[in-house]
Design a protein around this ligand. Structure first.
Ligand code: MTE
Ligand code: HPA
Ligand code: MOS
Length: 781
């Protein structure tokens, strides 16, 4: 038994949650020791796969000259659709996505065959002969969402969400405005490209190391493709070098091909795609087209809105249905829309199949209303901020179009605080004065709010499991169903476990995600990783804690409810204590179970998918940002001079990680809306922007020169893990303020109440054409 505790030790028992801790792998990231799939030492006899891609956007596959490919140096095998013993499908919801094209070629870049060779370079060289080896009859292709929509060509039936009497309310509105607008897609551009490494195991088993956000779905899809049972397949992921939604479903094609080759050839097979191929094969954020009508009063209150949202889904459904559902559920953003009709059309085109990307349709929904409100304000000659504030949800006007009451609304106090801390009004005046004397360089300012629904919008996905092992030396291993992609999930879950057991964080280690440990997991997505897995791990830790407490109560002669776990000890109210390690080794000798599972499901969710009504979200995360930009009206170039973001993460589990997430999401969203322009060849359907030479993601140089990110520290009203809120996706919407500040700068060059048409991304070309449209003669050159 330990000596009685004195006060200094008690105060050393610091909480492990709510404090900044560095990322569990930070030291490995910076030293290059963090292991990614391609760093795993290759097993003897490892072969390498590469994919032969469709040279056509649409057509009938007539023949593949397999003999030609097989003759190439180093080639061991060539596999096609016919080689799958099970189902040739990697579509997550509908079975409409062949792993390798069978009869029809659906987009330029679609995998048609796989080459397996002795090394990666030889496999790639042989696969590059696809253009010669594939014989196909070309068919007309639909390359844009507009064309597909006009042809009524969809991956799923249209979705409609209506409240009130929008047609009548529009007709009766004091003012009406209609418009069309579009926003482009976005490449996830994870630093680690898609990769899978499949290793045959004894007795028809398979181990697959896969860079994926969704190990369980990889296990399931590749078991189906092989005609195997799930228990034969083990999928592991220690970490990803970024996923951003791009590895939620679309890691599957690579996992399935590697698995097929490994099981056919009984050799380990690795498939690591090159960046250009990754661009050509996988989908990305859905670009959206909008057609809208809005009715409003003299003060800028929206009385009615009707909007068509047309998403470019590409050739298959993938996750396009839940993406559209989330877009429809975010068109309201932070605003009360009394009468509203939304029509979601999921256009089927002959391009890559678009998929999850941070925000999952939410950004595309909310951006539409922000652009509309900006136009309304400009027509009325009001500061857009005022029109936003007037339309915010408030008591009595707090039911969303999909029927969920907004019970935790903090958008008013949050924006008020940001207006004050960012000095919005004084800077608005300064900018007006600056622009009056600056003919070429123009400044713009905008504040935009965010309200983002947290939970998977498919109810059953909101579940998670965890395993906590306490070893006899007092060290702890936690395994949960979530995956680590840089966001810091493992760190947060380890903090939760350390906190629960009263241990220092160094005692707790998180291990690789593994389908042999936690079964039937959901993707780490919808920003729910720490909400779900944190709770599951807490549940597991609490079970162990209560067993330990029963023993400690005996040993310390103290009632269980007067024990405290803290500072690597268990403390009794009497002042006696026992070291955690000692307690654990005693528990072992007493044959007490020192490990446990944990499970969690989000309470209170219900959702009618057909009616688009219910309570899809456990709570909302809020935020707002003010951006100030400088636009060169001669070149169209712009940059962010200052950005202030105030973001709601509830009671933060780890402020350092959360601020990192807000900064990262802000810059990533800014890239989407300013420089990341995707261009497909209008005739062939070839993606022309398939490398960083032509596709411009933001770099450190594009960070706002003055970047002030703060957390709005208020506990979640719901009983989330330590009252925190999810942070991964919501801040991606903060840089709407950058796009609207650029529009504000452009508007300053035109007459009062002019409303420039600025497309997104607001590249230099887009800015110039918006400037041209408002003052065709004013510019030189
Ligand atoms: N942060 C990093 N560093 N890398 C990523 O790939 N993905 C984002 C976000 N933040 C991502 C990231 C996306 S799309 C989601 S849904 C969440 O992290 C997922 O993790 P979480 O649920 O643990 O927040
Ligand atoms: N986010 C991410 N993935 C999903 C979702 C979501 O809301 N719903 C279904 N899959
Ligand atoms: Mo995130 S788009 O839900 O992976």
């Amino acid at each position: 038994m330990n000596k009685p505790l004195d006060l200094p030790i008690l105060s050393a028992a610091q909480p492990q949650v709510g404090v900044s801790r560095s990322h569990e792998s930070a030291h490995l990231h910076v030293s290059g020791e963090a292991s990614y799939v391609d760093d795993i030492a290759e097993a003897q006899g490892t072969l390498h796969a590469a994919l032969g891609l469709s040279p056509l956007a649409h057509g009938r596959l007539l023949a593949i000259d397999i003999a030609l490919i097989k003759r190439q140096p180093g080639v061991v095998a060539v596999l096609t659709a016919a080689d799958f013993p099970g189902e040739n499908n990697c579509g997550p919801l509908l079975h409409d996505d062949p792993i390798l094209a069978a009869d029809t070629l659906s987009y330029l870049g679609q995998p048609v065959f796989a080459v397996i060779a002795t090394d990666r370079e030889l496999a790639r060289r042989a696969a590059a002969l696809a253009k010669t080896a594939i014989q196909a009859e070309p068919w007309p292709a639909l390359l844009t969402a507009r064309e597909a929509h006009a042809a009524g060509h969809y991956v799923i039936p249209p979705m409609h969400l209506t409240r009130g009497e929008p047609a009548q309310a529009l007709a009766a509105a004091p003012h009406r405005l209609a418009g069309e607008w579009a926003v482009g897609g976005q490449e996830q551009f994870y630093l680690e490209g898609q990769i899978s490494y499949a290793l045959p195991q004894e007795d028809r088993g398979l181990l697959v190391h896969c860079s994926t956000q969704h190990p369980s779905e990889m296990q399931q899809l590749l078991a189906h493709a092989l005609g195997w049972s799930a228990h034969q397949v083990q999928v592991q992921c220690r970490r990803m070098g970024g996923g951003f939604g791009g590895k939620e479903s679309q890691s599957a094609v690579f996992a399935c091909v590697a698995a097929l080759a490994a099981t056919k050839l009984r050799r380990p097979v690795k498939l690591r795609v090159d960046r250009d191929d990754d661009f050509m094969i996988t989908g990305r954020r859905h670009g959206f087209d909008y057609r809208w009508q809005v009715g409003y009063d003299d003060d800028g209150h929206i009385v009615a809105a009707e909007i068509d949202l047309i998403s470019n889904c590409g050739h298959s459904a993938d996750l396009s249905a839940p993406v559209m559902a989330r877009a429809l559920c975010h068109f309201d953003n932070a605003y009360w829309l009394p009468h509203v009709a939304m029509h979601g059309y999921c256009a089927k085109t002959n391009t890559q199949s678009n998929t999850a990307f941070r925000g999952f349709g939410g950004p595309q929904g909310a951006l539409a209303i922000e652009m509309i409100l900006d136009s309304v304000a400009r027509r009325l000659g009001l500061d857009p901020l005022v029109v936003r504030q007037r339309n915010f949800y408030r008591d009595g006007q707090d039911v969303t179009p999909y029927g969920q009451r907004v019970e935790d609304n903090i958008i008013l106090p949050l924006t008020d605080r940001l207006i004050a801390t960012s000095d919005y009004h004084a800077r608005r005046a300064e900018i007006t004065a600056f622009n009056a004397h600056s003919p070429v360089l123009k400044k713009g300012l905008a504040l935009t709010p965010v309200k983002f629904g947290i939970s998977f919008n498919v109810v059953h996905l909101n579940q998670a499991g965890a395993l906590v092992h306490v070893y006899t030396d007092g060290s702890v291993l936690v395994n949960h169903g979530g995956t680590e992609m840089g966001q810091g999930l493992n760190t947060k879950v380890a903090q939760v476990v350390a906190h629960e057991l009263g241990l220092s964080l160094a005692r707790v280690r998180a291990s690789a995600t593994d389908t042999h440990k936690i079964a039937n997991t959901s993707a780490t997505a919808a920003s729910t990783g720490s909400d779900l897995n944190g709770k599951a791990a807490q549940d597991a830790a609490r079970k162990i804690k209560s067993r330990l407490a029963a023993l400690a109560a005996q040993l310390l002669d103290c009632p269980e409810d007067e024990l405290r776990f803290g500072g690597d000890q268990v403390l009794a109210g009497t002042g006696r204590s026992i070291a955690f390690t000692e307690l654990v080794s005693k528990a072992y000798l007493e044959r007490i179970q020192l490990w446990s599972d944990g499970f969690y499901t989000t309470p209170g969710l219900h959702w009618d998918r057909a009616k688009l009504q219910g309570k899809p979200f456990y709570y909302y995360a809020y935020g707002a940002a003010v951006s100030e930009v400088l636009v060169d009206t001669l070149t169209g170039e712009s940059r962010v001079l200052r950005a202030d973001a105030l973001h709601d993460v509830g009671q933060s589990l780890n402020p350092a990680l959360d601020i990192g997430q807000v900064e990262g999401a802000f810059v990533q969203g800014m890239g989407w809306l300013t420089t990341e322009d995707l261009v497909w060849h209008p005739k062939t359907g070839a993606l022309l922007t398939h490398a960083p030479s032509t596709y411009k993601i933001p770099t450190a140089n594009d960070m706002p020169a003055d970047f002030r990110v703060a957390l709005f520290d208020a506990p979640n009203r719901e009983d989330s893990i330590h009252r925190s809120k999810a942070v991964g996706e919501p801040p991606l919407l903060l840089p709407f303020s950058v796009l609207l500040a650029i529009k504000d700068a452009i508007a300053s060059t035109g007459p009062a109440s002019c409303d420039p048409h600025l497309r997104a991304p607001a590249t230099a070309e887009a800015v110039l054409s918006a400037l041209d449209a408002i003052q065709p003669t004013a510019r030189v050159g």
